[in-house]
Design a protein around this ligand. Structure first.
Ligand SMILES: *[C@@H]1O[C@H](CO)[C@@H](O)[C@H](O)[C@H]1NC(C)=O
Ligand SMILES: *[C@@H]1O[C@H](CO)[C@@H](O)[C@H](O)[C@H]1NC(C)=O
Length: 432
């Protein structure tokens, strides 16, 4: 009897240790949403319903001052925003709030500072102590580093149209192609920076995480073994494998779980995650990033009528009223364009194409007609978020991350649920 009880106890202990649970739900929040024009501005109170789902809030993005190499907020009044965000912990005490430094800014000129900083011991020291000051000043629970390494070149590897375009780009683009001759040094300097940050945060009981932003060549700049020793989690922002800025002439699945057809496996969620696992980075610290936004392209008279990707396009699709960025749609804009009872006969309504294989993602499109522009939209919806969360569970990853809260349907206009994409991911993690 006694030994049976001990057996039960033993198995309870060891089962839970053996089955690494996928539990973290990391929610990014781009504070620029608080500064949108009034009609589409988000209020801080509107992110609160997401805290039923999020375990971590990553506040983006602080930046680096080009003259001093200090980590600084993008503007002085951002300090007030940080104070207000951290104050949310009073009502949501279990929420971990991290400040992210870096991000996916569009400006390429300022990117040099990220190398200059790495290359100098003195600049690194300045950066580390300024990051720690920001953490302490506002009472963040940790620092997330979203380092802006140079973007790799857009890659074309498919389709008849694609290969013609590829040929042209290759012929004219060779001279501009970016090669970082000091990549090895930058890689070890980056590992050193992370180590120095960890050392400096040691007495602060602070989390240190890394966000791998899209288009960065992972094998050039990340040393998974060295990083693993220092960081608590690594968030792979696994999206934008295709985007209208980099691939203006051809639309394709922006964030497929697996490569479509014969396309390059590097350009898929699975390829991205597997690279870290195959390079000895533990699944138990890896977090899978899921976008809440859609990428859009303009279809033309020449685009094939089937809508199937890859498909010829003419640049980014028109902007919406919420984020006002060509080629980018918030989910609440997507769901109003997808067929629903209230837009049945509208010429702007898209044809929706689901992906029953749960491998590629969904898309919608409309061909140009009359005054209505053609549009191709590769989107994430609650179903896609759920099967990506399932993938994270299958691989025993630490969790999932959403980028970002301001682009999910925070008003609940799609189905009445607020943050339906984040919610679907969380529910999938919870379900057996
Ligand atoms: C944050 O939002 C602003 C305004 O919508 C946008 O310009 C910026 O690119 C976003 N930043 C990131 C890293 O997505
Ligand atoms: C990334 O860098 C490696 C060398 O470390 C190179 O072989 C590979 O082609 C690069 N990938 C991209 C997408 O540029």
């Amino acid at each position: 009897m006694q030994s049976f009880a001990r057996f039960l106890l033993l198995s309870a202990c060891c089962w839970s240790a053996a089955l690494a649970a996928t539990t973290k739900v990391v929610c990014y929040f781009n504070t620029s949403a608080l500064k949108r024009p009034e009609s589409s501005r988000m209020l801080l109170s509107q992110i609160e319903p997401s805290f039923s789902y999020c375990t971590h809030l990553v506040v983006g993005y602080a930046t680096i001052n080009t003259e001093t190499y200090k980590a600084v907020p993008p503007s002085e009044d951002e300090h007030t925003t940080y104070t207000n965000i951290v104050a949310l912990k009073r009502r949501f005490p279990s929420l971990k709030i991290l400040l992210s430094i870096g991000g996916g800014a569009a400006d390429t000129d300022t990117r040099e500072k990220y190398f200059e900083l790495l290359e100098s011991d003195e600049h690194r020291t300045t950066f580390v102590s300024s990051a720690k000051s920001l953490l302490k000043q506002h009472g963040f629970d940790g620092i997330d580093i979203a380092w802006e390494f140079p973007k790799n070149k857009a890659k074309k590897d498919r389709g008849t149209f694609g290969s013609i375009w590829h040929g042209i780009k290759k012929a004219v683009g060779a001279a501009h192609s970016h090669t970082d001759e000091k990549a090895d040094e930058h890689k070890s300097q980056f590992s050193a920076l992370i180590r120095e940050l960890r050392t400096s945060l040691r007495n602060e009981n602070a989390l240190l995480t890394l966000s791998v932003i899209p288009y960065i060549n992972q094998s050039l700049y990340y040393d998974p073994t060295a990083l693993n020793q220092q960081i608590d989690e690594l968030h792979v922002l696994a999206f934008d494998y295709r985007n209208p800025e980099r691939d203006p002439k051809e639309a394709d699945y922006p964030a497929p779980l697996y490569p479509a057809g014969q396309r390059d496996s590097d350009l898929s969620v699975d390829g991205n995650i597997r690279w870290f696992l195959e390079n000895s980075f533990p699944a138990s610290k890896l977090v899978l990033g899921i976008p809440t936004f859609a990428r859009t392209w303009k279809l033309t008279e020449d685009s094939k009528v089937s809508g199937a990707p890859p498909i010829e396009t003419d640049g980014p699709g028109d902007q919406d009223a919420i984020v006002q960025t060509p080629g980018l749609l918030a989910y609440q804009s997507v769901c109003t364009l997808l067929p629903n009872p209230s837009n049945k006969d509208k010429p702007t309504t898209l044809r929706r194409v689901n992906d029953p294989s749960n491998r590629l993602g969904s898309y919608g499109f409309r061909l140009p007609s009359g005054d209505v522009n053609g549009l191709w939209v590769g989107f994430e919806d609650p179903d896609v978020a759920a099967y990506k969360a399932q993938y994270a569970k299958t691989k025993s990853l630490a969790g999932i991350a959403f980028s970002d809260l301001s682009l999910d349907d925070y008003n609940g206009i799609c189905t009445g649920e607020k943050f339906p994409i984040v919610r679907a991911g969380k529910l999938k993690l919870r379900s057996p």
